[in-house]
Design a protein around this ligand. Structure first.
Ligand code: HEM
Ligand code: CA
Ligand code: CA
Length: 298
C-alpha cells in the first residue's frame, strides 16, 4: 500500500499523462537547462508543507491571504513550468489529473532528464482545497542552515532511514545556492574554510543587495544528476551546512562515502527516498480537489 496511491491510477482516465509530462518537461529544458533543478526543489517545498498537495502553486487570494511563496524560505523557487505542463495535460484529459501528481511526475522526469534514475512513482494525489498559508510554509520548511540532527529528524518523520535521508539531500547534485542563503552559514565548519570558495562568487562580507543575484553552484556538475555532489562534499566543498557536515558526522559519513564510491547505491537509495517523500501525507480519494488551473481554486 502506498498510502491510498496506486501505480495505475490514470490507466483509464488519462493513460498518456506520463508521456505528456515527459515531453512537456523536455521542451521546457531545451529553453532552460536549469529547469530540472527548479522542479526538483519545487517538489520538496510542496511536499514539506501540508504534504504533496500543490499548495505551493496557489497564488494569494487577496491582499490578506498571502501565498506560500511569501515565505523567505521559498526564495529562488520557480513555479512556471508546472502551469505549462498542466495546460498540456488538460487539453488531452480535462480535469482528470491533479496538479499535485503533475508536480511529482515532472520532478521524476527532471531527475531522469538530468541523467539520474527513472523512478516509478505511485499516483492519485489530490490538490489542496483551502487557501494558501504563508505561516505554515514558514514554519514547515527547513532553515538554510539546519544541522544534521534537524535534517535527520525531518526525514525520519517521512519514514526515511538515515541512508535515504542522505540520499535525498543528494538532490543538491543539481542547481545553485544564492549567496543570500549562505548569510547564516558559518564559513568555518570542522576545519574547512569555505570563505575562499564563496569569495569567488559572493561579495564578502555577505549582507549586500547583490546576495539575491549572485550564487555558487551546488556541485561542479550542476546540470547533471550524478554522485559528484558526494565526492565534492567529501573533499570539503559542501556548500550548505548539511552539505559540509554530512561527510564528517559519524552517523552520516559512511553513507556519503558509499554514495561517492558507487553511483548505483546513490540512485537506489534516492529512488526509495523520493517515493517516501512524494507519498507522505497526501490527499486521496474524495479528499481535496482536482484543480483546473494550478495557481487558483476555481
Ligand atoms: C533539510 C534539507 C534541505 C535544506 C536545508 C535545503 C536547503 C536548500 C537551499 C538553502 C537551497 C538554495 C536556494 C537558493 O539560494 O536559491 C537549496 C537548493 C536546492 N535544493 Fe535543497 N535543501 C534541503 C533538502 C532538499 C531536498 C530534499 C531536495 C529535493 C528532493 C532539494 C533540492 C534542491 C535543489 C534541486 C536545489 C537547487 C535549486 C535550483 O538551482 O533552482 N533540497 N536547498
Ligand atoms: Ca504542499
Ligand atoms: Ca551534479
Amino acid at each position: 500500500d502506498e498510502g491510498g496511491l496506486s501505480f495505475d491510477f490514470y490507466h483509464q482516465s488519462c493513460p498518456q499523462v506520463e508521456d505528456i509530462v515527459r515531453r512537456g518537461l523536455q521542451s521546457i529544458c531545451l529553453a532552460d537547462p536549469t529547469a530540472p533543478a527548479a522542479v526538483l526543489r519545487l517538489m520538496f517545498h510542496d511536499c514539506q508543507v501540508q504534504g504533496c498537495d500543490a499548495s505551493i502553486l496557489l497564488d494569494p487570494e487577496n491582499d490578506t491571504v498571502q501565498s506560500e511563496m511569501a515565505s523567505t524560505k521559498n526564495f529562488g523557487i520557480k513555479r512556471a513550468s508546472i502551469g505549462i505542463i498542466k495546460s498540456m495535460v488538460e487539453l488531452a484529459c480535462p480535469q482528470q489529473v491533479s496538479c499535485a501528481d503533475i508536480l511529482i511526475l515532472a520532478a521524476r522526469e527532471a531527475v531522469a532528464l538530468a541523467g539520474g534514475p527513472r523512478i516509478k512513482v505511485p499516483l492519485g494525489r489530490r490538490d489542496s482545497f483551502g487557501p494558501p498559508s504563508f505561516k505554515l510554509a514558514d514554519a514547515s520548511l527547513p532553515p538554510a542552515n539546519i544541522g544534521i540532527d534537524g535534517m535527520l529528524t525531518l526525514f525520519a518523520s517521512k519514514g526515511m532511514t538515515v541512508e535515504e535521508s542522505i540520499a535525498i539531500v543528494g538532490a543538491h547534485t543539481l542547481g545553485i545556492t544564492h549567496c543570500l542563503s549562505l548569510r547564516n552559514r558559518s564559513s568555518y565548519i570542522a576545519g574547512i574554510e569555505m570563505k575562499s570558495i564563496i569569495k569567488l562568487s559572493c561579495h564578502l562580507p555577505l549582507g549586500s543587495a547583490s546576495d539575491s543575484i549572485s550564487f555558487v553552484v551546488n556541485d561542479p556538475t550542476t546540470l547533471v544528476f550524478d554522485n559528484c555532489y558526494f565526492v565534492n562534499a567529501m573533499n570539503g566543498f559542501g556548500i550548505l551546512r548539511i552539505d559540509a557536515e554530512m561527510p564528517l558526522d559519524p552517523r552520516t559519513a559512511p553513507f556519503v562515502q558509499s554514495f561517492a564510491g558507487d553511483q548505483d547505491n546513490f540512485f537506489q537509495a534516492f529512488s526509495s527516498a523520493f517515493v517516501k517523500l512524494s507519498s507522505s501525507s497526501v490527499l486521496t480519494g474524495s479528499q481535496g480537489t482536482v484543480r483546473r488551473i494550478c495557481n487558483a481554486i476555481t
